[in-house]
Ligand binder design. Structure first.
Ligand code: ADP
Ligand code: MG
Length: 365
């Protein structure tokens, strides 16, 4: 079922939780709402559900205008972070709940309910736990039951609010892979909230990046990563070093540090160069293109790359810089805590000081 949000806004007292926003979600799409705490993700999800009314705008599910429809009549399923299973009911009764409370006209008969519950439990691979109570389940199992329960009434739309937030890292990873498979198998339309960028990028067909009650960018994960359209999206999507620079001819400068820009015309402007941690090379001496002295403050060789943390040496930034080096590169020039190194970006994204829009992609050869 497609979802169309048109000019939706929301204030609480005088606080604008959502600025007017529009969004089209396609039938069968899995959409991730990604943003820091307080950015309005849950509010937007609750408005889609009908648990909260919007101050302005319209919501359509397929051809149906649901703007003024009660949550009960929207045919949505929910999964929240805190399981919300009924403690006094068995797993099977929890899953059956939504069906049992349907009004008599729509409610399937007992045998039909039983069959459907069994099918759902098999689908979430917990058929053998039908007679258990929630307290006898692990966190991951509870969330799978919550999902089965949400799917029992065959919702048009499945809404999930930080569904894996309370689980440990390994279970989270398993469950999201499993949710993605289930989604592809059944083909429901889903919107899920997360503040975890890895989760959003891995699960979503498209990611909606939110900040301060508005949408920053909506794109497929690969596109979002390749073309972040604002400083905010950049900062939120992982490890990035910011070189805050003045312009001096063809150079970007910051105190004693400088960088020759690869522009052909030999001119540049003041602004910020965003350099991803894996697009920063480390050398024992300055290069002809870059003079960015840094002091190594930590080296972490665990994982697919070697992460080196760096403090500017003789110039200042607000943050610690990070370089992610391949093990091969690291072994060619192994650095240690306390060493002085010279960084040189291989690529970067340049925002001019006055720009509101997309950055310019720069490459150094
Ligand atoms: P998120 O899910 O992204 O963390 P929320 O949608 O929960 O953000 O909240 C967005 C903002 O709206 C927050 O500043 C929050 O305090 C405020 N807010 C949310 N719900 C209410 C409410 N019922 N009453 C007053 N303020 C609220
Ligand atoms: Mg929230």
């Amino acid at each position: 079922m497609s979802i169309r949000l048109d000019n939706i806004s929301k204030t609480f007292d005088k606080f604008q939780a959502l600025s007017p926003m529009s969004l089209n979600i396609e039938d069968g799409e899995m959409i991730g709402l990604l943003g820091p705490s307080g950015s309005g993700k849950t509010t937007l999800l609750r408005i889609i559900a009908g648990l909260e009314g919007a101050d302005s705008g319209r919501i359509q599910f397929g051809q149906r205008d649901v703007t003024n429809l009660h949550v009960r009549d929207r045919n949505v399923g929910f999964v929240f972070q805190n399981y919300a299973l009924f403690r006094h009911m068995t797993v099977a009764d929890n899953v059956a709940f939504g069906l049992e409370v349907m009004d008599a006209k729509q409610r399937p008969n007992k045998a039909e309910i039983q069959k459907r519950v069994q099918h759902l439990l098999d689908m979430v691979q917990l058929g053998h736990l039908a007679k258990r109570y929630p307290s006898q389940l692990s966190g991951g199992q509870k969330q799978r039951i919550a999902l089965a329960r949400a799917l029992a009434t065959k919702p048009d739309v499945l809404l999930l609010d930080e569904p894996f937030g309370a689980l440990d890292a390994k279970v989270r990873k398993e469950l999201r892979r499993w949710l993605r498979n289930l989604h592809d198998e059944i083909g429901f339309t889903s919107v899920f909230v997360t503040h975890d960028q890895e989760e959003a990028l891995e699960l979503s067909d498209r990611v909606v990046v939110m900040s301060n009650g508005h949408i920053e960018q909506v794109d497929a994960p690969a596109q979002l990563y390749a073309q972040p359209n604002s400083r905010f999206v950049f900062d939120f999507l992982g490890n990035v070093n910011v070189f805050d620079a003045a312009a001096q001819g063809s150079r970007l400068t910051h105190q004693d540090a400088w960088l020759e820009t690869p522009h052909q015309d030999g001119k540049t402007q003041a602004g910020q160069l965003y350099i991803r941690s894996h697009e920063l090379a480390l050398h024992p001496a300055p290069t002809t293109q870059a003079h960015l002295p840094l002091r190594v403050i930590a080296v972490n060789p665990i994982g697919p790359e070697v992460r080196v943390e760096l403090a500017p040496d003789g110039w200042q930034t607000e943050q610690v810089w990070e370089a992610d080096l391949s093990h091969a590169d690291y072994e060619r020039h192994p650095v240690q805590r306390g060493d002085q190194v010279f960084a040189a970006p291989t690529s970067g994204y340049f925002f001019t000081a006055d720009s509101q829009g997309s950055p310019e992609r720069l490459h150094w050869s």
